[in-house]
Design a protein around this ligand. Structure first.
Ligand code: PMP
Length: 430
């Protein structure tokens, strides 16, 4: 798949393992942006001359493609600047007329983008925030889900949960979570940022109220994202951004907003971003089965290799020695099997090395991986960690990337050990 991504031709020595932070861009995406900017540039939704009509058609065709990608209706797809803006728009747009109850539940592994906006909403509407916990080492299991079930009742007005954790790689049973939430009329906001390029995502099947993701984590451009909302939710949600094109009528005193989705798209949008994300979605749809099976196989290989390294603590479900059953079926007791598999996000720490030095050594060998709290500070604190290393795979990674990483890891650990020995000898000599 590397041939679809010019980054790899330009940087043959780079082992790129940071797709959860941002993916590399598809040549198709770059070409479509180049074409639009060079020869088709015009604004959308405002004028009827030929190029403007064409631009609007192209823009709206992107909405239709994105709707198809997640099996939604076009008028349920709002273009935003990314997952962060999408969640903020939801949090700012909800009020007591949409929310029944006093508690917001957030999963313990949420990215700050799916936590801070809820803190703001909780303050604004005087709600409390409670946490859907994880088990030891950040794992999710049927027992964990039983704990979640106990927390979901008529006091809950909203549940915010990622489809896939950006740190742990855990895939959460969103369909079952939404089933429970719906029973108590709690609104569900699912952060699909790490899921949409790696899993089959179907709004009719998941039945969530809101689902958000970003273009740059699915081989598309930065600065564009999706806010899916069920039409009736979008229709009743307040707009937080006001300005041109989102209105059907304006007087000096007041205005009438357009129906969704346009009421949420004030101002001139990121047209190139929207065109780019369409081509990313088309690529995913065309290559979906191949990508998924390839990523699953490569993740398994990565794990096999990582498990051979002594003293490595792998976090989350992927750190479990026996892999849980994939069929996430809910039974009459609302018990659940944790969804198995890994979409290629693996976080770990070495128990006896200085992990920051380890990351630095890997960076020096051109291994692009992340070290830090991954915008999930509360999760890291709950695991008694300040930071961890994270590898995240994309459709373009292959066995050679994993082998290069493992060999660099062993090399770095060897170097760290030798340096430790040297400094111990020096210490003893002093
Ligand atoms: N949610 C998750 C799970 C993420 O991984 C990220 C990006 N790291 C975000 C939200 C925020 O995405 P963006 O910065 O594109 O808005």
């Amino acid at each position: 798949m590397k041939h679809h991504f010019p980054f790899f031709t330009a940087n043959p020595s780079v082992t790129y393992l940071d797709s959860a932070a941002t993916t590399q861009r598809l040549q198709h995406v770059i070409d479509s942006n180049q074409r639009f900017l060079a020869t088709d540039n015009a604004t959308v939704h405002r004028a009827a001359y030929r190029k403007a009509t064409l631009a609007t058609e192209t823009y709206e065709s992107s909405r239709a493609v994105l709707a198809k990608l997640i099996n939604a209706n076009s008028d349920e797809i709002v273009f935003t600047s990314g997952a962060t803006e999408s969640i903020n728009m939801i949090a700012d747009g909800l009020s007591t007329s949409n929310l029944v109850g006093t508690k917001i539940l957030v999963c313990a592994s949420e990215h700050h983008a799916n936590l801070l906006p809820w803190q703001k909403l909780a303050k604004r509407l005087d709600l409390s925030i409670e946490v859907l916990p994880l088990s030891e080492n950040g794992t999710f299991s049927p027992t964990t889900f039983e704990q979640w079930v106990k927390l979901i009742d008529e006091d809950v007005c909203l549940i915010a949960c990622a489809h896939v954790s950006n740190v742990l790689g855990n895939i959460y049973p969103i369909k079952q979570l939404c089933l429970l939430a719906n029973k108590y009329n709690a609104i569900t906001v699912i952060d699909g940022t790490q899921a949409v390029a790696h899993l089959s995502v179907d709004m009719t099947d998941l039945n969530c109220d809101f689902y958000v993701f970003s273009g740059h984590k699915m081989y598309g451009p930065t600065g564009v994202g999706i806010l899916f909302g069920k039409y009736h939710q979008l229709a009743t949600m307040q707009v937080s951004k006001l300005g041109g094109e989102m209105v059907s009528n304006v007087s000096y005193q007041t205005f009438t907003a357009q129906p969704p989705p346009l009421k949420f798209e004030a101002g001139t949008p990121n047209i190139t971003g929207v065109i780019g994300i369409k081509h990313a979605a088309l690529f995913l749809m065309e290559n979906f089965h191949q990508i998924i099976s390839h990523e699953r196989r490569l993740s398994q290989y990565l794990l096999q290799q990582l498990r051979k390294v002594n003293d490595l603590r792998i976090l989350g479900n992927i750190g479990l020695s026996s892999v849980l059953n994939e069929s996430a079926q809910i039974n009459t007791n609302e018990n659940i099997e944790a969804p198995e598999g890994n979409i290629g996000i693996v976080s770990f720490i070495h128990e006896s090395a200085d992990n920051h030095s380890l990351a630095e050594q890997l960076w020096h060998q051109d291994i692009s991986l992340r070290y830090g709290h991954h915008c999930a500070m509360p999760l890291l604190s709950s695991l008694a960690l300040g930071a961890c290393l994270r590898i995240s795979l994309g459709a373009y990674n292959d066995k050679t990337d994993v082998d290069r990483f493992i060999s660099a890891l062993l090399h770095s650990l060897g170097d760290i050990k030798n340096n430790d020995k040297k400094s111990l000898l020096l210490k003893n000599e002093m």
